[in-house]
Design a protein around this ligand. Structure first.
Ligand code: ATP
Ligand code: FE
Ligand code: MG
Length: 342
């Protein structure tokens, strides 16, 4: 079957068309994104009203582009999927209403997809099947460690008690005067820096729980700034690479240690990493190295599938479609939708 998916949970309008068969790698026939990063950058974050207006502006042409690039038409689509949460309600509404309208007008099923499940399953698009594994989702709003028995059977092992990993990157970048979104800026700036230059805390690393905390690390960066430059509290330009590298390493050490510990504890031989922060090369390399040393298979999403995109929603949609599922057309959007866990 062929499926068209729409993602509009936050500030990216995205449409993808995928085809697949159960147990086979999914084929991404097209995957289009209209990014609003430039638009929101001047405000230092996402402005919901602007985001939803832009979704409605871009969605229709994006659907047309996706169909054209996939060399197909609406009548050949077997199911329509859209993110129904979590996210900004005014943004979610645009994508899910559009997908429902397309489903009604073509008489095909509609599938409401959980954005987090999209991230979670994104490392498996090219594999087509989802083996038992331990998953770490590191995104702008979530840091979630899960045991995955199979699609739909998720057990929560740990999550952040305060900031999400991506949020910590974004907030620290803001403190350092780097533009939004902060993750890629910190990674770039860290390249010339020494990750051991500053001794930042590895919060809850020795703690038995599999939860995370990044607020203390953020505060430690702030204190370092004010200590080193009491007058302005602003970073000295020459400090930036070391600050970024040391902060980034502190986040990475905790993420890798806890995820590997979780895999050991659950007896899983596969770790899958997803979400926007998983774009970070230093993080991917650290996971790969540690997993190689520990005999664990490490899977992560392709770069184009890490930050918000519709292909990951389409893949989750395909798996639901294969399972014979379908959502009612009066299915609402859910801004605070959690990932359903056991
Ligand atoms: P959620 O999925 O939890 O609702 P979101 O959709 O906003 O949140 P994503 O789009 O998956 O999150 O990821 C965006 C986050 O990823 C931002 O916080 C951004 O700073 C971070 N990020 C992107 N690239 C990198 C990178 N190279 N290094 C670190 N963080 C990064
Ligand atoms: Fe996301
Ligand atoms: Mg985003």
């Amino acid at each position: 079957p062929t499926l068209l998916a729409i993602e509009s949970s936050c500030d990216e309008t995205a449409v993808a068309i995928l085809s697949g068969e159960p147990g086979q790698p999914a084929r991404i026939l097209s995957s289009e994104i209209a990014s609003q990063i430039e638009l929101h950058r001047q405000y230092g974050g996402v402005v919901p009203e602007l985001a939803s207006r832009n979704h409605s502006l871009h969605l229709r042409p994006l659907v047309e582009t996706a169909l054209r690039n996939a060399d197909t038409d609406l009548c050949s689509i077997d199911a329509f999927a859209a993110t129904s949460g979590p996210g900004l309600s005014s943004s979610l509404l645009i994508g899910s209403t559009a997908a429902k309208a397309l489903a009604v007008s073509t008489g095909r099923p509609f599938l409401a997809i959980n954005h987090l499940e999209g991230h979670l399953l994104s490392p498996f698009v090219g594999l087509g099947e989802v083996p038992p594994h331990v998953a770490l989702i590191v995104s702008g709003g979530h840091t979630l460690l899960l045991d995955v028995e199979m699609p739909g059977r998720y057990r929560k092992l740990g999550s952040t008690l305060d900031d999400a990993a991506g949020e910590a990157f974004d907030k620290v970048a803001k403190m350092l005067g780097l533009p939004y979104p902060g993750g890629p800026e910190i990674e770039k700036t860290a390249m010339g820096g020494n990750p051991e230059a500053f001794e930042f805390p590895r919060s809850m690393m020795k703690d038995k729980s599999l939860d995370f905390s990044f607020a203390g690390l953020k505060t430690a960066v702030l204190y370092t700034l004010t200590d080193r430059n009491p007058e302005t509290g602003q970073p000295k330009t020459e400090d930036l690479p070391d600050l970024c590298a040391s902060f980034q390493q502190a986040v990475i050490d905790v993420l890798v240690a806890k995820t590997v510990r979780a895999a050991r504890g659950r007896g899983r031989d596969t770790i899958a990493l997803s979400g926007g922060v998983s774009l970070n090369r230093t993080l991917r390399n650290a996971f790969q190295k540690r997993c190689d040393a520990d005999g664990i298979r490490f899977l992560t999403a392709e770069p184009g599938l890490c930050t918000d995109n519709a292909a990951m929603i389409g893949f989750a949609g395909l798996l639901h479609h294969f399972a014979g599922q379908e959502s009612p057309l009066d299915e609402d959007i859910h801004p605070n939708l959690p990932l359903p866990t056991l």
